[in-house]
Design a binder for this molecule. Structure first.
Ligand SMILES: [Zn+2]
Length: 211
């Protein structure tokens, strides 16, 4: 049973309190406190969920970094990616444009192709793509076509990034598919790999070695 009561001290209605009859004795429940307790619990829950999701993002980004390392071994620009579904890696890939003589062989495209073959569908719904560098226009277009659910990238690309840096294809109102984006996961590690690669190239060129 709930009812409104008047505070004898202030004369105001106790709108956030209710009087319950428990064992024939009135018990006043202060909803402000209850709501405060509930919202505090929610904050803790959300924080825990956030921590879990951050840990998971870092775990999969390390896998993408591992792929980037394979690209580097082949003298390709070190960018790697993995596609995840239900917490499992569905496909892996890395930049292979030079090796395959293919301008479209970016890490993201390699992963989407492999995953498509694996599931027998070009729609890769409910998947998350992890890539060490913010995707370019071409890759963002392919991710939209594949209907992925989420994109997580490592380093930002202020020159050609199409997930928010230069263009924002993931949040465009005019495109027929939108997805969540999180950037900057293991940003330093992902950025360092690229920086180190290009520095080595410059040194090789300066020394007259082919690079
Ligand atoms: Zn790309």
């Amino acid at each position: 049973m709930t009812m409104r009561s008047v505070c004898h001290e202030t004369g105001l209605f106790l709108s956030h309190q209710a009087v319950f009859c428990v064992f024939r004795r009135p018990v006043i429940i202060d909803f402000d406190r209850v709501l405060c307790y509930i919202s505090t619990s929610n904050v803790h829950m959300q924080r825990d969920m956030h921590t879990d999701s951050s840990r998971q993002d870092e775990r999969f980004m390390r896998e993408a970094l591992r792929e980037a390392g394979k690209a580097r071994q082949q003298q390709e620009v070190p960018i790697g990616a993995v596609l995840v579904k239900d917490g499992e890696i569905l496909a892996r890939g890395y930049n292979s444009s030079i090796t395959l003589h293919d301008p479209s062989a970016h890490a993201e495209i390699m992963v989407l192709r492999q995953a498509g073959q694996q599931v027998g569908n070009y729609r890769l719904t409910d998947t998350e793509l992890y890539v060490t560098l913010e995707p370019c226009i071409m890759c963002m277009g392919a991710l939209i076509q594949a209907r992925i659910a989420r994109l997580v990238f490592g380093a930002y690309d202020p020159r050609t990034g199409a997930a928010g840096s230069v263009f924002d294809f993931a949040g465009s109102d005019t495109l027929n598919h939108r997805f969540d984006v999180r950037g900057g996961v293991l940003e330093k590690e992902c950025g360092f790999l690229l920086q180190d690669f290009f520095e080595q190239k410059r040194t090789m060129r300066r020394d007259g070695r082919v690079g």
